[in-house]
Design a protein around this ligand. Structure first.
Ligand SMILES: *[C@@H]1O[C@H](CO)[C@@H](O)[C@H](O)[C@H]1NC(C)=O
Ligand SMILES: *[C@@H]1O[C@H](CO)[C@@H](O)[C@H](O)[C@H]1NC(C)=O
Ligand SMILES: [Zn+2]
Length: 265
């Protein structure tokens, strides 16, 4: 394996913990992680999902989590499926452009060509999901943005961040100091979406906990009854409860973490 292991990754890397599948049947017009309607349950051939929208390749009938390598030199070749409308393509390109601009082009999305070996293939599949980091050693790596429900600036940003190697903010090892998980409000069977990753698997890059991260869940993620599944612990941060997971852009810390992870100057 020539993968450069993501030692520092902002919350990513390989999970030695258990990996769970979510049911793959359609869930009708269920709200997704982003509180957006009109999409199907995430679905990918040959993969399962952890934490709702992170695809994990299936191997030998089991899900294994490959340590997520970075994209060399911060260059992410991509193509966007031809069946998206021009407006949808602009939304997707707009999210790429925010990442490029905010990192001063240290991270760059470039159109793939016939000699590109690995690229991000943005497809209108079922659901909004991505693999973590540069997950393949050759060929296309899928990132799904279902036309109804996923083609929004903030959703594209979030999935692109997974593809760059970042996991959900509220799974970082120190999260219990900042948020309290209200287990009694979680849809039964979805408790695993609130796992914490150990510091041996992920890194905070020594950045403070960020309620405003584009990678943070909403406070009502996977709620069975509309009540919060994630509460803010500290009184001074209470305002975040209604705001977290609802941002439209990268937070300042998201940008700092991207730059740190990709060794940008
Ligand atoms: C923030 O997101 C909006 C779309 O929701 C986009 O139009 C705007 O350009 C973004 N801001 C930055 C600084 O990229
Ligand atoms: C093809 O794409 C790669 C990135 O995958 C890039 O480095 C290379 O310069 C491109 N080649 C041409 C001829 O544009
Ligand atoms: Zn996600």
């Amino acid at each position: 394996m020539m993968f450069q292991y993501v030692k520092l990754l902002l919350y990513s890397i390989f999970l030695s913990c258990k990996v769970y599948a979510i049911p793959l049947e359609d869930s009708g017009d269920a709200l997704n992680l982003f509180g957006l309607e009109g999409l199907s349950e995430n679905y990918a051939i040959g993969a399962t999902f952890i934490e709702g929208d992170i695809a994990v390749p299936l191997k030998a009938g089991r899900a294994v989590y490959i340590r997520s390598p970075k994209w060399p030199n911060g260059i992410v070749p991509f193509d966007i499926h031809a069946s998206y409308t021009n407006d949808q393509k602009s939304v997707i390109r707009g999210a790429m452009s925010e990442i490029m601009k905010s990192t001063n082009n240290c991270i760059r999305f470039v159109e793939r060509n016939s000699s590109t070996s690995v690229w991000l293939r943005i497809i209108p599949s079922r659901g909004c999901w991505s693999y973590m980091g540069r997950a393949k050693s050759s060929g296309p790596q899928d990132l799904s943005l279902q036309p109804t429900g996923c083609v929004y600036h903030q959703v594209a940003l979030h999935e692109l961040m997974h593809a760059l190697g970042f996991i959900h903010e509220q799974t970082r090892p120190d999260r219990n100091q900042y948020v309290r998980i209200q287990t009694e409000n979680i849809q039964s069977g979805n408790e695993h979406n609130f796992n914490i990753f150990p510091s041996t698997s992920v890194s905070t890059l020594n950045r403070p906990y960020d309620y405003g991260s584009i990678m943070h869940y909403r406070s009502d993620a996977f709620s069975s009854n509309g009540l919060p599944t994630i509460k803010v612990i500290t009184d001074t941060d209470k305002d975040w409860e209604s705001k977290m997971g609802r941002g439209m852009n990268l937070s300042d810390q998201d940008v700092e973490k991207l730059k740190a992870y990709y060794s940008c100057s």
